[in-house]
Ligand binder design. Structure first.
Ligand code: UFG
Length: 339
């Protein structure tokens, strides 16, 4: 089944947006999710946007028997593996939880793919693998730095596991996409990010502050060696990011990937400071945000942004949405949640 894709973590933030874009591109999607950090409602949002309800199986990717049943029951050539924990701070406090979930789930999926002769695997990696890079922007050949959190380590380890599994199994092809900072929401405001508890990430904290749920945004550091003193990141719209998955899967399905294992940066190529992002949010949405400067956050790198030429040239993909539109969509989604 060339046009059928198993999407693990498909009820999550990036998974649900990718499910929409896959359906729009004509794929049939089977979602597997244990709903540990996601909501079934996201799939209802997918249905409202696309008119198609993806097949949903509530299961944990670490549960080998449950996953074997999925492989036995459904024919599909391709898997996109999103299912993972993603909170950097929590991973430092509970490393075993991260190694167990993020590594075991991936190895389970890869083993089953080999056992059942399934071909194409797309993995969610992260710019975190570059750490505090010596040269910016980072290309896919920029050396990875030792991970500074168990979360980051799971991404590095999973990339290596994928490389080794592809090398050892000639029918298997894989792509790792290194996401920069995914933000925003679907323009319909029917799906978006659902942070549990106090958000760690900048944009959900901004939208919750604007909504009055948080009193004040802390800007973590204004004394970095950057133009305005705050950190620089590459904020990629989640819909643009979702579309990168569609072209990457199509490349695998068509057998156009070059070495059976490839890595692509998925970012805009444009560094944006925390102050710029806050100002952009205020301007895009005609509101004022309550914020203050606070000390640097432990573990933050000063700057990281992508060289996107490889994805531009090889995938024929580039980020298209304007930052203002992305920040408007983020606010529309927050308002939708509060209705
Ligand atoms: N920031 C604030 N205030 C906040 C939250 C964040 O000033 O309340 C700043 C951070 O200091 C940083 C920037 O906003 O400079 C972005 O922070 P995020 O937490 O949104 O994102 P990070 O770049 O720290 O982390 C992201 C992903 C991680 C990934 C990491 C490295 O969330 O999964 O990029 O690639 F590991």
């Amino acid at each position: 089944m060339h046009n059928r894709v198993l999407v693990t973590g498909g009820a999550g933030y990036i998974g649900s947006h990718t499910t929409v874009e896959l359906i729009n591109a004509g794929y049939e999607v089977i979602v597997v999710d244990n709903l540990s950090n996601s909501d079934r409602g996201a799939l209802e949002g997918v249905r409202q946007i696309t008119g198609v309800e993806p097949k949903f199986i509530e299961a944990d990717c670490c549960d080998r028997d449950a996953m074997r049943r999925v492989f036995e029951e459904y024919e599909f050539d391709s898997v996109i593996h999103f299912a993972a924990y993603k909170a950097v701070g929590e991973s430092v406090a509970e490393p075993a939880k991260y190694y167990r979930n993020n590594i075991l789930s991936f190895v389970t999926i890869l083993e089953l793919m080999c056992e059942f002769g399934r071909k194409n695997i797309l993995f969610s990696s992260s710019a975190t693998v570059y750490g505090d890079a010596d040269v910016l922007p980072v290309t896919e050949l920029t050396p990875r730095k030792p991970a500074t959190s168990p979360y980051g380590n799971t991404k590095q380890m999973a990339e290596d596991i994928l490389r080794d599994m592809v090398a050892a199994n000639e029918h298997l092809s894989g792509i790792a996409l290194r996401y920069f900072n995914p933000i925003g929401a679907h323009p319909s405001a029917l799906i978006g990010e659902l942070p549990r508890g106090v958000p760690n990430n900048l944009v959900p904290y901004i939208t919750q502050t604007a909504a009055g749920i948080r009193e004040c945004l802390s800007i973590f550091g204004d004394d970095y060696d950057t133009p305005d003193g705050s950190c620089l990141r590459d904020y990629i719209d989640v819909v643009d990011l979702a579309k990168a998955h569609v072209v990457a899967i199509q490349r695998l399905v068509d057998g156009r990937n070059k070495h059976r294992y490839e890595i692509f940066n998925v970012g805009t190529g444009r560094p944006v400071s925390v102050f710029e992002l806050v100002r952009g949010f205020e301007e895009a949405n005609s509101l004022k945000l309550n914020y203050k400067v606070a000390p640097r956050r432990a573990g933050d790198v000063m700057a990281v942004w992508a060289d996107t030429r490889l994805a531009n040239e090889e995938l024929g993909w580039r980020a298209e949405r304007e930052l203002y539109d992305t920040l408007r969509a983020a606010w529309e989604w927050e308002k939708h949640l509060r209705q």
